[in-house]
Design a protein around this ligand. Sequence first.
Ligand code: NAD
Length: 252
Amino acid sequence: MNRYTGQTVLVTGAGQGLGRAMAHRFAAEGAHVLIGEINEDAGAELATELTGKHGVLAQSRALDVTRSAEVDDWIRQIHAEHGSIDVLVNNAGIIRDNRVEDITDEDWRVVLDVSLGGSFHCARAVFPGMKERGYGRIVSFSSMSWRGNFGQANYVAAKAGIVGLTRTLALEGARHGITANAIAPGLIETPMLASMNGSARDKLTAKIPMRHTGRPADIAEAAAFLASKAAGYLTGVVLDVDGGLSIGSSIR
Ligand SMILES: NC(=O)c1ccc[n+]([C@@H]2O[C@H](COP(=O)([O-])OP(=O)(O)OC[C@H]3O[C@@H](n4cnc5c(N)ncnc54)[C@H](O)[C@@H]3O)[C@@H](O)[C@H]2O)c1
């Protein structure tokens, strides 16, 4: 499929994990991929890889999504150099897990700032251009955890916030051809998952109805659908991509 030929797709935090897989997927379908990544080397390496492998235009910029002035400048530069923006993928996110009484001010703040603040900064910056053009797709990253998860009060608050942000962007964008949706991944094999406590991970994996963790490609598949022209009547949705884990408990 070549659904993204000629389109400009922005992916934040694409240096590794899900963002990297999505960048490859969009590039494989012909998109120009613009990466905003705090890890400058990882972003630059990915851009070279995308151009080499898929023959598309790919650029990376050192970007901290928590800094709104940096985000605004990035979007201004993209408009000047590439024209319009078709897709924004708000992927950058971090975890700093702890029980509620042990979450420091800094760990509360930074987790919300990166995931929720970063998604807001990027959405706010692309919105006027998308509105003017009457077209845009925003895909943001929530998590299966948004419903509540032990030891993750900061992350859960950020990921539930993404749901509210997404639903509001959907309302405000609807009459302008802009859709906004969220993906709520379950357990996907990425460096973020590798950093999770081993026994917690094993216990959770055993609860997945499909009995195995997901692959970054599973998420890339969902993102490539949600961000496509064909998904134009679908907005404000939180798409669970989790092997059935969020369905609820099963006695078997
Ligand atoms: N992996 C999973 O199982 C899983 C499950 C649910 C939700 N998610 C969500 O999916 C998204 C991607 O997860 P992942 O597993 O690929 O994570 P990851 O840790 O592997 O990658 C995150 C990327 O974001 C970048 N980043 C961090 N802070 C940044 C900042 N301030 N500005 C710009 N870039 C920044 C990092 O450098 C890194 O490249 C996150 O929002 C995460 O919360 C992941």
